[in-house]
Ligand binder design. Structure first.
Ligand code: GLA
Length: 727
């Protein structure tokens, strides 16, 4: 039983394999948070602090009890206006302009299976795999009620949280701020690990102590953004990859978000994950309800590595959907860095024939095939093939590619419009803009108002016409600017940021329903919308526009804390690298791209015969290890920020097979030997390597490690597989 309710004490306990989460509805009906962490039995309400604290007020209905203050208690869903001075999960503006909502326990329900959210992506699970707790809280004055939803995936050590806010009163209210998860800690010193970045350098790792005062990250860009990923880890001071406690909070949402961490006056820590309150002012009329997107919580007492592996399993098994969630992905060659906007149909056919020669499955025609689109100043919105440029119809092109035995994929950016396009000339009001102002441009393009159904429908028709015009098996769904003008020609400005994302989800839901066999790869200037929300519709996302293997080591390292390799779009590109000018060997580029979906992003015609042979060999290698990379457990074996080399491994669930990959990041003269220690093997088993058939015990590989070849120069890669010997 994953969810236990003790009626007398009104205590709710959520149990997973290794963790306990507990809360209590007290005599006032306040839902107090008691505990989250490693399995702990019994009632933990004895932990709560009841002291008379000056300047921490007492709720009016607590009588003369000066020891009861919401300012010091740990709360499950704190609200603004009730005497808690920390940051709140919910802020409601009432019709009279006051900001107060006072939520009390009303009822609850425990159900089999995992709840779903209307219009939003969420973890899914079978009836046997999960249980749901729904706790209904009500404000008796303004009629606002909140259903707190908890999904418990017992064997996965996952707890999800979401909230549905309803107006059951008689007057309209406005939601000013809404989070789905709040974690209050009574004591403890924590670091916050967050993932910051920029276009072409996403998800750098930052670890900083949570001190007094609030620390926040978030996005106001309309997408989850390159700048901060909507996932954070709260780690104990001494927590490492393999040891110590840590908590993950991963927001299943692709738009504006906010995550706050705060240490208060009594050294208690609060972490909130939810919607960004800037550009958010969501009116709720009587009878209406609003869903706050889900946060996936996970706790590990075995360090960050175990936490990541739990998220990887959760995303692979309970977020990614469709045929490709567990299916082998096509190994593709993308035209972007091969040709940019400068191609014809023949160029694509040539790429396909080169791809065939190299053993590649699919060619993807990237940006530039439609409307008037020879650079990024025009054409977005006109999703009709430019026959003049291609010299053939799309149907003919796909046919020619398929005739070579190569599959075909295409690029689109459906959310965008160029001012120089027929679509914009016909419907200027379809772009987001503040009334009376010139909209902010990004990459010289405007954003279509996806909060509007009529706009989405018109674009949907165009997208379907493209996809129906031939045997198109893959779509790269791009989104190449940040939103800025959160206003719609129809509708309420304070709703646009959220409704836009729900519009996008609605579009993608319809698209995946209509084309169940289509593989969609998400993209936003690379990894500008790399989040669990998008992964519900697109099982892989182009990880970064930066294809330089040396930089990718860091980008993929940061990405690996939450997201499994099968979601990470990664390609081998040409050197000197187009983003950094760096020259890294083909071998290293291959090794780094094999920690993702693997593919190519170059013109094979420019490779020498020796390089082509090496590519063929890489393709053969990847086919052998593909299942291991996609389904295996991922281990970070070094911290590339601190150590001379980057190393990671994939280990099969059965622990009978492992792939070790290393890239030397720094090298000095007459350097000491570097040793890398494996993880995740069976200590007592024997493993044979695939390079020279040497046999080691699992314990030796894990405890003593193996020496890296001394001749490994800077950015040189090393890859070896280990197979368990059958005894
Ligand atoms: C974005 C993508 C690239 C490419 C270009 C095309 O930057 O991330 O991979 O598709 O758009 O314009």
């Amino acid at each position: 039983m994953a969810i236990i309710y003790q009626e007398k004490e009104r205590i709710f306990t959520l149990e997973t394999l290794h963790t306990t989460y507990q809360m209590k509805a007290d005599s006032r009906g306040e839902l107090l948070h008691l505990y989250y962490g490693k399995k702990a039995s019994g009632n933990l309400d004895y932990l709560l602090p009841f002291f008379d604290r000056s300047f921490s007020g007492n709720p009016g209905d607590a009588g003369n009890d000066r020891t009861y203050s919401l300012d010091v208690l740990t709360l499950e869903y704190p609200t603004l206006g009730v005497g808690d001075y920390r940051s709140a999960a919910l802020d409601i503006e009432n019709s009279d302009g006051t900001e107060c909502v006072d939520l009390r326990y009303y009822s609850h329900e425990i159900k089999k299976g995992k709840y779903a959210l209307r219009g939003l992506p969420a973890v899914f699970a079978d009836e046997e795999e999960a249980q749901t707790l729904s706790v209904l809280l009500k404000d008796s004055v303004n009629g606002v009620q909140v259903e707190l939803l908890y999904g418990v995936l017992e064997s996965e050590d996952i707890i999800t949280r979401a909230a549905v806010i309803s107006n059951e009163g008689t007057d309209a209210v406005t939601i000013q701020k809404a989070a789905s998860a709040c974690l209050d800690f009574l004591h403890g010193e924590y670091d916050l690990i967050s993932f910051y970045g920029r276009h072409a350098m996403e998800r750098n790792v930052q670890r900083a102590p949570i001190r007094h005062g609030a620390f926040s990250i978030g996005s106001r860009r309309g997408a989850s953004s390159h700048q901060y990923n909507p996932g954070v880890i709260l780690a104990g001071k001494n927590t490492t990859e393999e040891q110590g406690s840590c908590y993950g909070l991963l927001f299943v949402y692709s738009g504006n978000f906010s995550c706050e961490a705060e240490k208060d006056q009594f050294d208690q820590t609060r972490v909130l994950m939810g919607l960004q309150s800037d550009y958010f002012h969501y009116p709720l009329n009587p009878g209406e309800s609003f869903t706050v997107p889900e946060t996936i919580l996970c706790f590990s007492d075995q360090g960050l590595g175990a936490l990541s592996r739990r998220y990887h399993d959760c995303i692979r098994n309970h977020i990614c959907r469709g045929k490709y969630a567990h299916g082998e992905r096509p190994l593709l060659l993308n035209s972007w860095e091969a040709a940019y906007f400068d191609f014809t149909g023949e160029t694509i056919v040539n790429l396909a024939s080169e791809a065939k020669e190299l053993g590649v499955d699919m060619v993807v025609m990237d940006d530039g095939w439609f409307g008037k689109r020879d650079n990024d100043d025009s054409g977005l919105g006109d999703w009709q093939v430019n026959k003049q440029k291609l010299g053939m119809s799309l149907k003919e092109l796909v046919g020619k590619v398929n005739d070579l035995g190569v599959r075909f994929g295409i690029w689109m950016e459906p959310e965008m419009v160029s001012e120089d396009s027929d679509l914009y000339r016909a419907h200027p009001d379809w772009a987001l803009r503040f009334p009376g102002r010139t909209p902010v441009r990004g990459r010289n393009q405007l954003v279509l108002d996806f909060s509007r159904e009529d706009v989405r429908e018109a674009v949907f028709t165009q997208v379907c016409q493209v996809l129906d015009s031939g045997n198109i098996e893959y779509l790269k769904w791009d989104m190449n600017r940040s939103l800025a003008d959160f206003a719609s020609a129809k509708g309420v400005p304070g709703k646009v940021a959220y409704d836009y994302v729900l519009g996008l989800y609605d579009f993608l839901e319809k698209l995946t329903a209509r084309y169940p066999d289509l593989l969609i790869e998400g993209c936003s200037g690379g990894g500008g919308r790399f989040d669990a929300g998008m992964l519900y519709y697109t099982p892989q996302i182009w990880c970064s526009d930066n294809t330089d293997a040396a930089d990718r080591v860091f980008i993929q390292y940061g990405t690996s804390f939450f997201y499994p390799a099968c979601t990470v779009g990664a390609h081998v590109s040409a050197v000197p690298n187009h983003q950094t000018g760096r020259e890294v060997s083909l071998k290293t580029r291959g090794i780094v791209a094999m920690a993702g979906t693997f593919g190519y992003e170059l013109n094979p015609a420019l490779l020498s015969e020796t390089e082509k042979e090496e590519v063929r060999e890489q393709v053969r290698t990847f086919r052998k290890v593909e299942g291991l990379v996609r389904n295996g457990d991922y281990y970070r074996l070094s911290d590339p920020y601190e150590e001379a080399f980057a190393a990671w491994a994939f280990v099969s669930k059965e622990k009978d097979r492992a792939l070790l990959s290393v890239v030397m990041m720094k090298k000095h003269g007459n350097a000491p030997v570097s040793y890398v220690r494996m993880k995740g093997l069976l200590p007592e088993a024997e493993y044979e390597n695939t390079l020279d058939s040497r046999v080691y015990s699992g314990s030796a590989l894990m405890e003593a490690g193996i020496p890296l070849p001394l001749e490994m120069g800077e950015y040189r890669g090393y890859q070896v597989e280990f197979w368990r010997r059958q005894t």
